[in-house]
Design a protein around this ligand. Structure first.
Ligand SMILES: Nc1ncnc2c1ncn2[C@@H]1O[C@H](COP(=O)(O)O)[C@@H](O)[C@H]1OP(=O)(O)O
Ligand SMILES: [Mg+2]
Ligand SMILES: [Mg+2]
Ligand SMILES: [Mg+2]
Length: 329
């Protein structure tokens, strides 16, 4: 994935109908994960709720892109050493991508995948994540978050110039069993916990790098009410949930602009990674996120995450800031 990030060509990037970018890496990652899940869980019929579909790839202009993705997928499976079968054809790859069309819901088990979360960060050479979760009867019971560019050392405010530049973190959480972090090369497994800060003035917070994804004005007003002194830490993708789960910062604020609908694959893995590390994730009204409603989350105004001690204070500050915003309109 990191090699693809470095070598990405202009022609490898397309624009979707909602104007967000999608790359050969997004499609390739979805095909690989879908293919692996099918292979590892042969006895069950797979239900996968995933971001991408093959629509664009199946039209004429997509032909070249499909060839490129097919090569990437086969190279990846071969380098992993886990593939003894013959190489996948373009049609196999398109079918693996389209496995992700499930509607999810409150019954049975559904895998939830964002093959590349934070595509804009990926294109910039910054943070991105591969996020996979398992829903059981509408609840997230398992979450895995791979963050190939996230430093193993803390990225919290005052440690940003740390000399430890090693990157690549894997977070995983299972309901009732806590959250663990491992380096992507497989060494050093540790159990992680959210920050224990109780004084909001000492807290630092994460938000989107992209101002179009989350209102920076609103989070700055909330931070001011809490007396937060540190400047916001702005990074892309669910890497924010990962960083929060190990206490790099104490708060995550996300307030998309009017009309944006949050998707379950953008939060399912991150949510359990934070809650199993002792944190709380809610919408702006303080309700837990409901992953049982299909491909979209149905929620009020925004998403926030912090530790249990700070949540009541945060909720109050969010309420006040939202009221001020409404009355100023
Ligand atoms: N207009 C938008 N507002 C909010 N989030 C968006 C918007 N467009 C895309 N996203 C999604 O928000 C998430 C990244 O936001 P951030 O990095 O700011 O946390 C990604 O899941 C991204 O999708 P994608 O998975 O396609 O990158
Ligand atoms: Mg996308
Ligand atoms: Mg995403
Ligand atoms: Mg994505």
């Amino acid at each position: 994935m990191m090699k693809v990030q470095k070598e990405l060509l202009l022609s490898d990037v397309q624009s979707k109908s909602d104007k967000s970018p999608v790359t050969v890496a997004d499609y390739g990652s979805q095909a690989v994960v879908s293919f692996m899940l099918e292979r590892e869980l042969p006895s069950k019929s797979l239900s996968l709720v995933a971001e991408e579909d093959s629509g664009y790839l199946r039209n004429e202009r997509g032909q070249e892109t499909v060839q490129r993705i097919t090569k990437l997928v086969n190279d990846t499976l071969a380098s992993d050493g886990s593939c003894s079968e013959s190489p996948l054809t373009a049609e196999d790859v398109l079918r693996a991508i389209d496995n992700g069309k499930s509607e999810g819901g409150s019954h049975g088990q559904h895998w939830v995948l964002d093959p590349i979360d934070g595509t804009k960060g990926f294109l910039r050479g910054d943070q991105y994540a591969i996020a996979l979760a398992l829903l059981d009867e509408g609840k997230v019971v398992l979450g895995v978050l791979a963050c190939p560019n996230l430093p193993l050392a803390s990225i919290g405010g005052d440690t940003q110039h740390s000399s430890h530049r090693e990157v690549g973190c894997l977070f995983f959480a299972e309901v009732g069993a806590g959250t663990y972090m491992q380096s992507l090369d497989g060494s050093s497994l540790i159990k992680v916990h959210v920050s224990t800060i109780e004084n909001s003035e000492e807290a630092s917070f994460f938000e989107s790098f992209e101002a179009a994804h989350s209102s920076h004005d609103l989070s700055s007003s909330i931070a001011k009410k809490l007396g937060v002194k540190a400047p916001p830490v702005r990074i892309d993708s669910q890497a924010k949930y990962g960083a929060l789960s190990r206490g790099d910062g104490a708060i995550y604020l996300r307030f998309p602009h009017e009309g944006y609908r949050e998707k379950i694959w953008d939060h399912a893995a991150g949510c359990i990674v934070v809650t199993e590390a002792g944190g709380v994730v809610t919408d702006a009204a303080g309700h837990p996120l409901d992953f049982s409603k299909g491909r979209y989350l149905d929620l009020e105004a925004g998403i926030m995450a912090t530790n249990q001690k700070l949540m009541p204070l945060l909720l109050k500050a969010v309420r006040e800031s939202l009221e001020e915003k409404t009355s100023s309109l």
